[in-house]
Write a protein that binds this ligand. Structure first.
Ligand code: PLP
Length: 442
């Protein structure tokens, strides 16, 4: 085994050999069920024949063309496809390759819009805590997840952060609705504190991703957020890097509520793990002032290349042809029900939540007080390791600003059938039994 790779952590992992559908095999032939789509990416699982065919066809034509020299048909078609998926509400598309790049681009579109539109003082971006918006400096400045931000905070601007609307840890005496509205009102307080005339945008994940563990806001939340943004003329950026492209049982997470983004970020499921491709969607009234002032001062080498766009087009087509968005809405409710019933049987399960195939299980040392496990027990990592030993891949994170609290995401590929949901629950049961036995040991 060579030591040349610099890994994120010192831990070494099994070496993957091949993968098909929702399963992957390591070099020793051990099989794993991928119950988190890698990093909530592989919407179509592995080895999808139509995506493979579309990619090969495009590679035989032209794989790369640079955006300042050529337009290319796949990216024109992909832009049109995405615009139609939003019901033409968002009618301009900017391509990049990864989620962080799409968030970075969204922030810069918002900023350059105000810069070119006669309000250059609007430079404050408000986001939520906890949250995850990516690893590059702008996206990291929007992120609230202490282990990821703390080494780098001196390198970027500090902006206001408001509470993410959890439905699990609601302050005593408040209903979930009242708390959701109070979280929404924090936005208005933050805006007034810095002066509305200085605020460029508010950015949020429609359903919390890795940092909160699939926190679904109360239905009242986004209407309040939208009203506040409109009242103060502030752009609303929805980060759908994780929730977009069918993940939550709708094409976009925002469709669960009556809320409209000014700018929308897409990545992960758009390329579905077959090729890096991401997008920012917005409206002509935002891009026009930028274009008439000389153009968007931003871009990436690989953005919108023919192979990336052909891949995303094939992914969207396959999701549509196979009726996966509706299937995820139905099977997601089934899986959630089964995981909730499973959770009831184990004292260390505090909450099971999510929408579609974006779900999470939160672990607590005391169900009544919701007290998290001590950090030293590293519970989400331990449960993830026990699952992996049993052939199940899940995704661990800390729920409370990355500082404490444990959850694991369960987010299988959209192609996952009900029978395969049952298999996930069986493997989770074995995992929980093993964790329970470990806890009982002196
Ligand atoms: N935004 C959200 C909501 C995410 O979940 C992620 C990644 O997990 C990102 C942005 C960053 O995406 P990437 O890792 O592709 O840069």
């Amino acid at each position: 085994m060579s030591d040349y790779l610099f890994y994120q952590s010192a831990a070494r992992l099994p070496t993957i050999d091949h993968a098909k559908g929702i399963y992957a095999w390591d070099e020793h032939g051990k099989r794993y069920l991928d119950a988190c789509s890698g990093a909530i990416v592989a919407q179509l699982g592995h080895g999808h024949p139509a995506v493979r065919e579309a990619m090969l066809k495009q590679m035989d034509k032209v794989a790369f063309a640079y955006r300042t020299q050529f337009e290319n048909q796949p990216s024109l078609d992909l832009a049109e496809r995405l615009v139609n998926l939003t019901g033409q509400r968002l009618d301009r598309v900017f391509f990049s390759s990864g989620g962080s790049e799409s968030v970075e681009s969204a922030l810069k579109i918002a900023r350059q819009y105000w810069f070119c539109n006669g309000e250059p003082q609007r430079r404050v971006f408000i986001s939520r805590k906890p949250s995850y918006h990516g690893s590059t400096m702008g996206a990291l400045a929007m992120t609230s997840y202490t282990p990821l931000t703390s080494p780098f905070t001196p390198m970027f601007q500090q902006y206001p952060k408001i509470a993410s609307p959890t439905q699990y840890r609601v302050p005593e005496g408040l209903t979930t609705e009242a708390y959701a509205l109070a979280c929404g009102d924090e936005l208005e307080a933050a805006i007034l504190e810095v002066g509305a005339q200085n605020v460029a945008a508010f950015i949020a994940e429609p359903i919390g991703g890795a940092s909160t563990g699939a926190q679904v806001p109360h239905d009242a939340y986004f209407a309040r957020i939208q009203a506040i943004c409109q009242r103060h003329g502030i752009l609303l950026i929805l980060d759908e890097v994780m929730t977009g492209i069918g993940r939550t049982g709708r094409w976009f997470g925002y469709e669960h509520w009556d809320v409209q983004a000014d700018i929308l970020c897409l990545a992960k499921g758009l390329g579905a793990g077959y090729y890096p491709v991401s997008a920012v969607m917005t409206r002509a009234e935002i891009t026009d002032p930028i274009l008439s002032s000389g153009g968007f001062q931003h871009g990436y080498t690989y953005a919108g290349n023919p192979l990336a766009s052909a891949t995303a087009l094939a992914v969207i087509q396959a999701i549509e042809d196979e009726g996966l968005v509706e299937q995820v809405a139905n099977n997601g409710a089934y899986l959630l029900g089964r995981l909730k019933a499973l959770g009831e049987r184990y004292e260390f399960v505090g909450d099971v939540r999510g929408r579609g195939y974006l779900q999470a299980i939160e672990y607590v040392s005391d169900r009544d007080s919701k007290e998290p496990f001590p950090l030293s027990q590293n519970v989400s990592d331990t449960i993830t390791r026990l699952a992996q030993e049993r052939g199940l891949i899940i995704y661990p994170r800390r729920s409370l600003m990355g500082e404490k609290g444990d959850h694991t995401l369960i987010s299988p590929p959209l192609i996952t059938t009900r029978a395969q949901c049952d298999e996930i629950v069986e493997l989770m049961t074995l995992t929980f039994d093993a964790f329970q036995a470990q806890q009982a040991r002196p």
